[in-house]
Design a protein around this ligand. Structure first.
Ligand SMILES: O=P(O)(O)OC[C@@H](O)[C@@H](O)c1c[nH]c2ccccc12
Length: 257
């Protein structure tokens, strides 16, 4: 189901854009200055860290925010103390683009995550060419050889993979891969259902030394506290930051946890 969704989304986004040849994108990716060290930026610390997301809309929630200037919002996130910025680059359902990512990259000096349904090496090169430091790989959407191939390529390009999981079995697959940055998404991307307890139920399963990311379902500081108490090093927050008024004030309350 999710694999199909990913394939459709990839085909759709590739069909809608004028595509440069792979060699050109690869050359652009390799010509970039080195990616920022996201593992260092997100390393466990005394307080929880936040990856703040630029998110215009989502299939489950519809339009969320009219973000005319993603770079300006990213600057607010950085000022507010976010450790990284996530930019949704999927166009049809999330209203994002690689242009958003490139604009954000120029505006901030913290690591930037390409959040999309990545299923091909081409998209990984594109991410680096646009300036991404991190790339999301969703275990449920990828077969084993593809996941391993993309994970390897992300590393070769000097970027960090955020491996997204939604079950014990997927978390074990992420661990077997040697992932250092692993997320548990509270949202099931096939049914859109939220399971707020999932991160807590899987927290003990993260291999020692990995950075634990709790993704989705933060509506306020109480959710950040709950994730932190369950063992999260990092929370990834979208909707609450794009809809909740001043992101700087919201971030400062989250970062006090
Ligand atoms: O808006 P929220 O509930 O704070 O969620 C953010 C982020 O976790 C969510 O956008 C997300 C997590 N994994 C994804 C994969 C694809 C698209 C989106 C996502």
């Amino acid at each position: 189901m999710l694999a199909e969704l990913t394939a459709n989304s990839v085909a759709d986004s590739l069909a809608r854009r004028e595509l440069k040849p792979l060699e050109a994108v690869e050359a652009e990716a390799l010509a970039r200055p080195s990616a920022l060290d996201a593992l260092e930026a997100l390393a466990p610390a005394k307080h929880v860290k936040v990856i703040a997301e630029i998110k215009r809309s989502s299939p489950s929630r519809g339009p969320l925010a009219d973000i005319a200037d993603p770079a300006a919002l990213a600057r607010r996130y950085e000022l507010g103390g976010a450790s990284a910025v996530s930019v949704l680059t999927e166009g049809r359902r999330f209203g994002g683009s690689l242009e958003d990512l490139a604009a954000v990259r120029q505006a901030v000096s913290i690591p930037v995550l390409r959040k999309d349904f990545i299923a091909t090496p081409y998209q990984v090169f594109e991410a680096r060419a646009a300036g991404a430091d991190l790339v999301l790989l969703i275990v449920a959407a990828l077969d084993e050889p593809t996941l391993a191939e993309l994970f390897g390529l992300v590393g070769e390009l000097g970027m960090t993979a955020l491996i997204e999981t939604h079950s014990a079995e997927e978390l074990d697959r992420a661990a077997a891969l040697g992932a250092r940055l692993i997320g548990v998404n509270a949202r099931n991307l096939s049914t859109f259902e939220l399971d707020r307890e999932l991160f807590g139920s899987l927290a003990d399963r993260f291999p020692a030394g990995t950075v634990r990311v709790a993704e989705s379902a933060v509506t306020g500081v109480a959710d950040v506290e709950r994730y932190r108490a369950a063992g999260a090093d990092v929370v990834l927050v979208g909707e609450a930051l794009v809809t909740g008024g001043d992101p700087i004030a919201n971030l400062s309350s989250f970062l006090a946890v």
